[in-house]
Ligand binder design. Structure first.
Ligand code: PSV
Ligand code: MN
Length: 414
């Protein structure tokens, strides 16, 4: 059966279930997944980076690769930058932005780096030395200025801060130092800018981490104000944590700012999102769709501003294919959440119908949405099978030929 015949069958079945298929397609066409500049370079893992032939050597090459991912998927129109890894030599961010625009993509979230310089041995904002805290602050304030030049509206903040030994530093003092500096950063956000506070439950500090979980990120964001929100990096949770529940809570509080998609099996952020547990990705999207379709104004408005970003530095699987697959996995998870017959499901919940509610949700998850996605791609004018199109494009061979195998070009251990 051709994909369009399969799509017609699926569309009929979904319409019978009360799903508005045109609305579903319209929402899928508006999906926006931001890819990370560092995912295109030879960057990554804390143990060893295996260089990949053709990996980007400069920010412009990273933008070329991101543009290719967008060209093939139609839903990855922006790229997150990491400063200083993506700092232009001449500091000409306008030129960088124009280059991105010439490739039909935009510059996205700005990610400061206050963890790689020698000076940050004992942390950045949590550091007991005022001069080091000052340096970290200067860097992040510079990032606020960069946001204006790149027209970015999000500042993604991740801190490696913490301690390795009990008694090493005052836990309360570290908290206060963070609050003090974040407050200053908050005051320097550009007018349309917001601050996304990322948490991570361990590593590189192992005794205490200054922002170890969503609760701490949430408390900090609450104190700062409306334009500070929480960033949920899927890799930064212990294995059993129910991430979709965190997402639901933060949506309801107006405090979900964005995601870093990846997979927690790495205990950080380097595996393809949805590769191990696509059900979890669906459940996360289901909370987002549920908020987007609810009558709760705050949850609905919050869901509309969520920044969907990938944070993956692939090490053994190449660079472009895993990024394309990650974008497609997000598309599939989102599509499945959109076909949940929400009213029927909510009625089952309200009636205390445990098995009925569970089954309705799972039926959506088990539906093969691939014909729907192919139809959406055809309507978006992108290849119906972006992975096959990439393999056939010759791009991988071309960049390997032109760029060779670069050493580390952005990322850890550089
Ligand atoms: C370190 O865990 C990390 O991967 C964080 O998730 C940041 O978002 C990312 O680096 C980029 O700085
Ligand atoms: Mn992250």
């Amino acid at each position: 059966m051709s994909f369009s015949a399969a799509y017609n069958v699926l569309a009929e079945q979904l319409t019978r279930d009360g799903v508005d298929i045109d609305a579903v397609k319209a929402q899928l066409k508006q999906q926006h997944i931001e890819t990370p500049s560092w995912g295109y370079a030879n960057s990554g893992t804390r143990f060893k980076t295996f260089p990949h032939p053709g990996a980007a050597r400069s920010t412009r090459e990273k933008l070329d690769d991101a543009a290719m991912v967008h060209h093939l998927t139609g839903i990855a129109p922006s790229v997150a930058l990491h400063i200083p890894w993506d700092k232009p030599e001449d500091d000409d961010y306008d030129a960088l932005r124009q280059y991105a625009e010439s490739k039909h993509i935009a510059l996205g979230a700005i990610n400061p780096n206050v963890f790689q310089d020698e000076i940050y041995k004992h942390g950045s904002f949590g550091n007991p030395h005022a001069a080091t805290r000052e340096m970290a602050l200067d860097h992040i304030l510079e990032c606020c200025e960069i946001m204006t030049k790149t027209r970015s509206d999000s500042l993604s903040l991740w801190f490696a801060d913490g301690t390795n030994y009990a008694g090493q530093d005052s836990l309360r003092a570290r908290k206060k130092r963070f609050e003090e500096n974040l407050k200053i950063v908050y005051q320097h956000l550009p007018a349309n800018g917001r601050m996304l506070i990322e948490y991570k439950f361990f590593e590189p500090a192992f005794y205490s981490t200054d922002i170890p979980d969503w609760g701490v990120a949430y408390a900090l964001a609450m104190k700062l104000g409306e334009r500070a929100q929480v960033l949920v990096d899927l890799g930064h949770h212990a294995q059993g944590v129910n991430i979709e529940q965190i997402v639901a809570f933060l949506l309801d509080e107006g405090k979900l700012g964005g995601f870093h998609f990846n997979n927690r099996k790495y205990a950080d952020d380097d595996l393809i999102v949805g590769s191990v547990n696509p059900y979890e990705l669906f459940l996360i999207y289901n909370e987002l769709t549920d908020a987007a379709q609810s009558h709760d104004e705050l949850a609905r408005a919050t869901s509309q501003r969520v920044a969907y970003m990938i944070d993956q530095s692939h090490n053994i699987e190449g660079k472009m294919l895993p990024m394309i697959l990650s974008v497609l996995n997000c598309q599939e998870g989102y599509a499945k959440s959109l076909i949940v017959p929400r009213k029927t499901w909510q009625d089952a919940q309200a009636n205390g119908d445990v098995m009925g509610a569970h089954e309705i949700l799972n039926n959506a998850y088990k539906t093969d949405v691939r014909p729907l996605l192919m139809q959406v791609r055809a309507e978006l004018n992108v290849p119906i099978d972006p992975i096959a199109a990439y393999r056939a494009s010759g791009y991988e061979e071309k960049i390997a030929r032109e760029r060779g195998t670069a050493k580390q070009t952005g990322g850890y251990q550089s």
